[in-house]
Write a protein that binds this ligand. Structure first.
Ligand code: FES
Length: 159
């Protein structure tokens, strides 16, 4: 487990107020049913890039489930982030197909070249394009190589 994943969750860190309001309105647009819990977390994360405590508590109130249940769900999916990711962070899939296609080596190479900017995720259901990685704008990339990620990081740093 990368060191950054073992740190305490940072869900109390403030989110940008305007984006947070947009995220909360997006959650409010969903039906108030238990089966909407995961969609609520996904729309909130899509709006914010992660799930601050305010989004978790709002989802719980809207869906009418305990906050603990929302945290239990949120911690069950590696795609759901309870810490604000460092800008430029890549999530590298280490599911079976990606692992066989070099996903673990990709994760290690990116972790070494860009310390603190590579996290492990589970299968993204794009196995035919393994190894797969997700950039900080939640865009999926297939057949990823270390140089492709490093080139993107270099390009990002120059803009
Ligand atoms: S194992 Fe990586 S996308 Fe499925």
């Amino acid at each position: 487990m990368p060191a950054s994943q073992s740190a305490p969750y940072d869900s109390a860190a403030p989110a940008d107020a305007e984006r947070l309001q947009w995220a909360l309105r997006s959650v409010d647009a969903l039906p108030r049913r238990r089966d909407q819990l995961l969609p609520a977390l996904l729309v909130a994360q899509h709006a914010l890039g992660w799930l601050p405590r305010a989004a978790i508590e709002h989802a719980a109130a809207h869906i009418r489930v305990p906050v603990s249940e929302v945290y239990a769900t949120a911690t069950g999916y590696s795609e759901l982030l309870l810490e604000r990711p460092t800008p430029g962070t890549w999530h590298v899939c280490t599911g079976v197909s990606c692992d066989l296609a070099g996903g673990r080596a990709l994760l290690d190479a990116v972790s070494e070249a860009l310390p603190g900017h590579a996290l492990e995720i589970d299968c993204q259901f794009l196995c035919a394009l393994a190894p797969v990685a997700v950039d900080d704008a939640e865009r999926l990339h297939g057949r990823v190589t270390p140089s492709r990620i490093l080139d993107a990081a270099t390009e990002r740093a120059s803009t």
